[in-house]
Design a protein around this ligand. Structure first.
Ligand SMILES: [Zn+2]
Length: 263
């Protein structure tokens, strides 16, 4: 299997050469945080690593691209109270993303793409992408996988699982049931009465509603895992990987325009 697109498998010499050749670098962002009583705390990282690996493998057939290791700890402050969570505060995480970007710029790279799989990272990721492109003569881009695959997942009727992606509900349970079925724990019958909160995601696009203690669902998850289905999880992953790969190629084409003032 071709692993030439893996940043961390290359030598300094190869990476310096690729930087000069205009390679784009994809930095995947995930989390280690509680996912209710039934899913592993590494859920977002397991999902992220799979999506990033397969989407970049596909995109690398038609663009110059490198994939860095996944940042498996993110900003998960709203999960700390439940236990089972490793987290950076938002200010630390913003600084870390920025310094990863600065490292790539120092290494000669001019195209940086953040790919995210955890809600708490999203705004900080977009802010970092903007800050880096303001400061340096580079291209940046950033996206969460659910934004890239929203229409593809809708076509698959993924909303039958509950919230998409939600948190530790039927949708994420389906993805883990596909990727690591031994990590989905039992006890699902107890959560069939999980309360639906009408105000979650109910406002117009771009608005935010927060309620203390319920930023991640009343019991640390947004909806029941009862509908979870491994075969459907495999289909969702396929749709996400396809959508992500096409976006990467599209972004790669735009980035080939270069940057004014580029060294
Ligand atoms: Zn998750």
């Amino acid at each position: 299997m071709n692993n030439d697109f893996l940043f961390h498998y290359q030598t300094r010499e190869t990476l310096n050469l690729h930087a000069a050749e205009g390679y784009a670098v994809v930095v995947p962002l995930a989390a280690t945080e509680q996912h209710g009583p039934h899913l592993p705390v590494f859920t977002d990282s397991i999902v992220c690593e799979n999506i990033a690996l397969e989407a970049c493998r596909k995109a690398s057939e038609s663009m110059k691209l490198l994939l860095t290791p996944t940042l498996t700890i993110g900003c998960s402050q709203h999960h700390l109270a439940f236990g089972g969570t490793l987290s950076f505060t938002s200010s630390t995480y913003l600084l870390m993303l920025n310094e990863i970007g600065e490292s790539l710029v120092s290494g000669g790279f001019r195209k940086i793409i953040f790919l995210n799989a955890h809600g708490g990272n999203e705004q900080l990721m977009h802010q970092t992408a903007q800050d880096l492109a303001v400061k340096h003569a580079i291209w940046t881009a950033s996206a969460s996988y659910w934004s890239l695959s929203r229409s593809a997942l809708y076509e698959q009727n993924a909303q039958e699982m509950g919230m998409v992606p939600g948190h530790a509900g039927g949708f994420e349970a389906s993805l883990i049931a596909s990727l690591a079925p031994q990590l989905v724990r039992g006890g699902a019958s107890a959560d069939s009465q999980h309360p639906q909160r009408s105000w979650i995601n109910a406002g117009p696009a771009g608005t935010f509603i927060g309620k203390h203690g319920q930023l991640t669902g009343a019991q640390g998850y947004t909806d029941s895992i009862l509908p979870a289905d491994a075969a459907k999880g495999t289909q969702y992953l396929h749709a996400i990987i396809e959508s992500t790969a096409s976006w990467l190629v599209q972004v790669g084409n735009w980035m080939n325009e270069g940057v004014e003032g580029e060294a």
